[in-house]
Design a protein around this ligand. Sequence first.
Ligand code: GLC
Ligand code: CA
Length: 564
Amino acid sequence: MNTPWWKEAVVYQIYPRSFMDSNGDGIGDLKGITGKLDYLKELGVDVIWMSPIYQSPNDDNGYDISDYQAVMEEFGTMEDLEELLKEAHGRGLKIVMDLVVNHTSDEHRWFVESRKDKTGPYGDYYIWRDGKPDGSAPNNWGSCFGGPAWEYDQERGQYYLHLFSKKQPDLNWDNPKVRKEVFDMMTWWCEKGIDGFRMDVISMISKTAEMPDGKIKGGFYGDYSPYCIHGPHVHDYLKEMNENVLSHYDLMTVGETPGVTPKEACRYAGEDSHELNMVFQFTHVDVPGRFGKWNDKKMPLPALKKILSTWQTELSGKAWNSLFWDNHDQPRAVSRFGDDRPRYRVLSAKMLATCLHMMQGTPYIYQGEELGMTNYPFAGPADFKDIESINAYREWCASGHVSHEEFWPCITAVSRDNARTPIQWDDSEQAGFTTGTPWIPVNPNYKEINAKAALADPDSVFHHYQKLIALRKRYPVIVHGDYQLLLEDSGDLFVYTRSFQEEKLLVVCNFTDKEVAFQVPEEFKDARCLIANYGSHEQKDGGSKKKESGKLRPYEAFVLRQAR
Ligand code: GLC
Ligand code: CA
């Protein structure tokens, strides 16, 4: 079997600003990452995806890029980046860069030129429109970060489209010159020796020519999605990118594709579609409520299982899944899907890890997830650093649309800042992240939850992840096996099997804080337990032991392997 390396890999995502500060200015940086490569090697991951490290005015923490070929000063220098690449490669670790090309910063040279002169060489690099006859915006679309998606530019006398903040103008991908600039820039990075790209909101690069008003849903503005998501030429442009750049290198590519369905995913990342290797889908983390995405409701387990299982089966043999519980835009996995109360935090974090890492696809670990880091106890809106949370609070709450009491639990449950607090390295001041003042406060639970403690404890969440990664390397069934969901209606248990050639796995996860009855199926009666979150079951007769007890303990999880 000829398996590409990225199907067997485990990826670790770094949010550089919050990972490790090497010089005491309170901001994580490239040297900080290089200094922690041995930690990642010990965990056992193969690939590091770094959120953007390019020059940026930081309106959206680096997702607003003003120079794609320069390193953000706060993060270090190009030499630091080259050093990181060298040190990573020396340890057999690959580096995947974040590619943010749906938009640039408004401080990017292209935009500065574009707003100056309609007819100049950059005039058509962005999406410019005249206002309506009464001078108002071309349509009613809202931006992802609140407010309208159009900003009037005095200098040029036109509106430009920004699906994110007004400092993130959308590039005009219909202009072949824009595509060439992007492809040349990508080639430049490939020549530097990087190993892949995670492509920011890549499903949004192609827009319809007509831009009518959108339906008002879950907010105050019109919905742009029917006109901007999976737009008319997105697949043409990705095929062109593949032909011009990607196909010339041995890369891993993953597209962030909001709005993607399994069918659409097979176009972006189909085995023969010549676009991307895999995509991030969001159906398991999108739980819209009364206030749009701001919602503290948990998705019921049967719904969650149905979604994840659909992705497992629909992509099987056609495209490749990416597996994740959280990232820099999502709350902490253990707080959202598990139970972050001290009694259950470690158990439920291990249960979640087991559930995800035994599925088919490439698993992504978001920094701190391997420590079971939790959501942050925000005291008030002044605690927010993220543009999205700041604007949302203003738009929904400060404006009087909803009371603070009603909105507060919703925004704190899913604010992106939950994921962006510094990594808790040890129990010293500022959790060992910085010798200065961190740009965003450290979670006060760092004395108990930190990497130093986790490394010293053989039963830590860290060591559970380490085992899961090692199992993936050892048993091909984890990479290749067919997936089948059992007990699909259970609101308590997530149970599935994986089968490949002579091997079969049974994965059992209790998603509740209660004891739940469960009988191990007969065919697993002689199976061996590969991993468990209640220590005593990792033994040869783990399978039969389980069978006798007939009960799962709170958040219990284990994996049985039967070799026929
Ligand atoms: C993606 C990124 C997010 C960013 C947005 C705009 O969704 O993951 O962090 O704010 O795109 O670039
Ligand atoms: Ca620093």
